[in-house]
Design a protein around this ligand. Structure first.
Ligand SMILES: [Zn+2]
Length: 411
């Protein structure tokens, strides 16, 4: 008995080491774009024989291809170049919003193979619509076996330990368990569901201006206010996956009631509907017409319209309080603002920084934190959470040679 147990354990360890080496080679090929076997051996300290054997497996599985020869001037046979086979596998990603779904099918090089905007009229029909799209669109476009995962990005509070999703934006029914519904509908594909701000943060760190940042907060200001935090180069999710709810930090204990049940949350002042409401109050008190969209306020702000200037100052001031609180707590060095608020342009960010500086006057501790911290707008588009979800799956969940222990992943 003990001997059998030992062999099994060794086999498991060997399998884990092999999986880890395969993932490392896959990642290096993906990052370099094009690379030879001997370069991989040098970068990984694996023997050339091990690299060759593992690469042969990746080629056989169809996710890596040989593409011509290297232009190195070495004598003898030219080494062949290795690349990720973009069409070797695919990931379907959905961005779940209040009015419907955005669907993206990515190949292994993150090219968009198919993109649809799908209105969902009845909020009960989201999970069924995702299922129908996979069956009627994805599986008609690609071989079913080539779909690696279904990723869903949601603007919601997600308690990953209890698999519960709460969202004031989505208007879910009480006790509605979309996680369970989806798992029952799609029984064979790995499903990854996560907070959109976490996936935005991951995309920002992998594809955006924050590339490889160590400590950052990504603040997404649109219909609601979400955030993702990266500490020491990793997404910080907290004990149950609900960390970084920046929008529900209390800024005024006597403030208006928030959809979350608390009072005076940042979201009550910073969400786009709250900004439109604030502008309209100023405009009406000045005998001007109210606004209906952030675009109108952006135009009014660029024209120095008094109601817009007053609104933007108030919004920047409150946002600066929120950012300073995060800086004092976490000492991060990058703040990235995403979402529709970017329409207000660089003068808005300048106002936020100016307000932050007034917070720190005479306070060398605060001054240093604020001086060191860069604040800028995300350059990725509003669909980047889907891209981030697909990349998150490939980097952190995908298995190349061993079976996944679970089929449902909640972040
Ligand atoms: Zn709240």
């Amino acid at each position: 008995m003990p001997i059998i147990k030992k062999i099994k354990k060794n086999l498991t360890n060997q399998a884990l080491i092999k999986e880890s080496n395969l993932k490392t080679l896959f990642r290096l090929i993906s990052e370099r774009g094009s690379i030879t076997r001997s370069e991989l051996a040098e970068l990984t300290d694996l023997s050339p024989t091990t690299v060759s054997s593992l690469i042969d497996e990746l080629i056989q599985s169809g996710i890596v291809v040989c593409t011509g020869t290297s232009d190195s001037k070495s004598i003898g046979r030219k080494p062949s170049m290795l690349e990720i086979n973009a069409k070797g596998a695919y990931i379907a990603a959905f961005g779940w919003g209040r009015k419907g779904l955005k669907y993206f099918l990515y190949d292994l090089k993150y090219n968009v193979v198919e993109h649809l905007t799908i209105p969902v009229v009845n909020s009960d029909n989201f999970t069924q619509t995702i299922y129908d799209t996979i069956i009627n669109k994805t599986f008609r476009k690609i071989n079913k076996r080539r779909l690696l995962a279904l990723c869903i990005s949601i603007p919601a509070l997600i308690d990953s330990s209890n698999q519960v999703i709460n969202s004031s934006v989505l208007g879910l029914r009480e006790n509605e368990n979309i996680v369970k519904e989806l798992a029952e509908l799609l029984t064979s594909i790995p499903i990854i569901i996560g907070n959109e701000s976490v996936f935005f943060t991951y995309a920002e760190n992998e594809f955006g201006g924050a590339k490889s940042a160590e400590n950052l907060i990504y603040i997404n200001i649109s219909e609601g206010v979400g955030a993702g935090i990266m500490l020491n180069g990793s997404i910080y999710k907290g004990s149950s996956g609900m960390a970084s709810e920046f929008g529900h930090m209390t800024i005024d204990i006597h403030g208006p009631e928030c959809a979350c049940g608390n009072r005076g949350c940042l979201e009550c002042y910073l969400s786009i509907p709250a900004i439109i409401n604030k502008y309209s109050q100023y405009a009406q008190s000045m005998g001007m017409l109210p606004a209906e969209s952030i675009d109108e306020i952006a135009i009014a702000f660029s024209n120095n319209d008094a109601a817009a200037v007053a609104t933007i100052h108030d919004v920047a001031d409150i946002l600066s309080y929120g950012i300073c609180n995060v800086l004092y707590l976490l000492d991060i060095d990058k703040v990235i603002i995403g979402g529709s608020i970017r329409k207000l342009g660089q003068p808005f960010l300048d106002e936020v920084r100016r307000c932050m500086q007034t917070r720190a006057v005479g306070n060398s501790f605060g001054n240093n934190l604020i001086k060191r911290c860069a604040i800028y707008f995300s350059t990725l588009d509003n669909n980047a959470s889907c891209l981030g979800a697909a990349k998150y799956f490939i980097d952190n969940i995908m298995k190349l040679s061993i079976e996944m222990e679970h089929r449902l992943f909640i972040y």
